[in-house]
Design a protein around this ligand. Sequence first.
Ligand code: F6R
Length: 364
Amino acid sequence: EKGGYDHFMIKEIHEEPKTVRDTLNPRIKNDKVDIEELGMSDEEIKSISRIRIVACGSAYHTGVTAKYVFEEMARIPVEVDIASEFRYRNPILQENELVIAVSQSGETADTKEAVRMARAMGNMTLAIVNVVGSSIAREAEKVMYTWAGPEISVATTKAYSAQLIAFYLLAMKFAEVRGLLGEDEMKELIKDLKMLPEQIEMLLGNKERIQKFANRFVAAKDVFFIGRGIDYAISMEGSLKLKEISYIHSEAYAAGELKHGTISLIEEGTLVAAVATQDSVYPKTVSNIVECKTRGAFILAVTTVGNEDIEKVADYVMYIPQTNRYFTNSLAIIPLQLFGYYVSVGKGYDVDHPRNLAKSVTVE
Ligand code: F6R
C-alpha cells in the first residue's frame, strides 16, 4: 500500500507533482483561470472588501502565503487567523468580507466552527478542502477542492502543496476580474504554474543529497527558520515539518525579528535555515544570515538558482529552479519536507505516526 516506499510521508511527497497537476489543470482553460465551479460572479469578486483566511497548522501556513499573494497581486487586504483564535474572540468581519477556510481533512473542529460563525454573521464562505463531502465542505457556501487524494501520513505534504495552488488560482482570478492582471501577465503566470510539477520532480531527484545533509543534524537541539515575506511563510511550514516528526525544537521567525530577542539563543553550531527566494528582500535576508553566522550559527540557505553568491555566507545551500516570485513556496517547501522526513528517519522514529498527534483534530 506504500507503493514500495518506506513510509506514507515519502510516498506522498513523491505524489506532489501529480497533486499539483490535478489541482491546477482542470482549472486552466484557454490560458485563463477557470473557477466557474465556485459560481462567483465578477460583481461578487469585485465587491470583496477584505479576505479572512481561517485554518489550523499547515493549512494556516498556506493562508499566510496567500496573504502575500492576494495583497500584492489582487490588492485585496487579507487577514489570516488561526481558527481557534478567531472563534473565541468575538471577531469583527466587514460587510463583503470573504471568509476562506482551508483544511485537508475537512473535519478540523475549530476551522469548521469558524466557518459556521462566519456564515451566521452573514459573510460569504469558501472552503479549500481535500476531502469531498467532509463537514467543512458541507458547512461552507462554496467549495474549491484540492485534488491531492487520500493523505495518510500525519504530517501533511501533498495537501499543503495543493492548497497553495488553489490560492494562486483564486488570487489570479480575483486580480484579473479587478483589472490588475493583463492577458500577457496571466499567460506568463500560467506558464510558470504549469512548469511546477516538473520542477518539483527535479527537486525530488536531489533527495539523497538532502538525506546526507539531514543525517548531520539528527542530534540538533534547536533549529531556527528565517525568511521575509513569502519566505517567512515557507519558514513556518519548514519549521513545523521538522519539529512535528523529528521532535527537534524549531521555530520560524520573520528574519528581521530575530535580533529583537531570539538571536540570544544562537550558539556555536545552531542550525539556521534561511529561506531567500524573494528578490525584493534578498539583501536584507542575507544580512540577517551574516548576523547569525557571526554568532556561530551553521547556515542552511534555500534560494533560487542564480543566487550562487549566497555561498559566501551560507555553509550549505539547497537551490530551487527559477519560477515566478509568487510561486516559490511550491518549490522551496520540497527540500524542507524532505529534510524533516530524513531527520526523523535518521532518528529512527515512526515518521507517519508522530507521538501525541492525530491526523485530524476533531476535538477542540
Ligand atoms: C501538520 C499538519 C497539521 C494540519 C492541521 C489542520 O503537518 O498536518 O498542522 O495541517 O491539523 O488540519 P486540516 O488541514 O485537516 O484542517
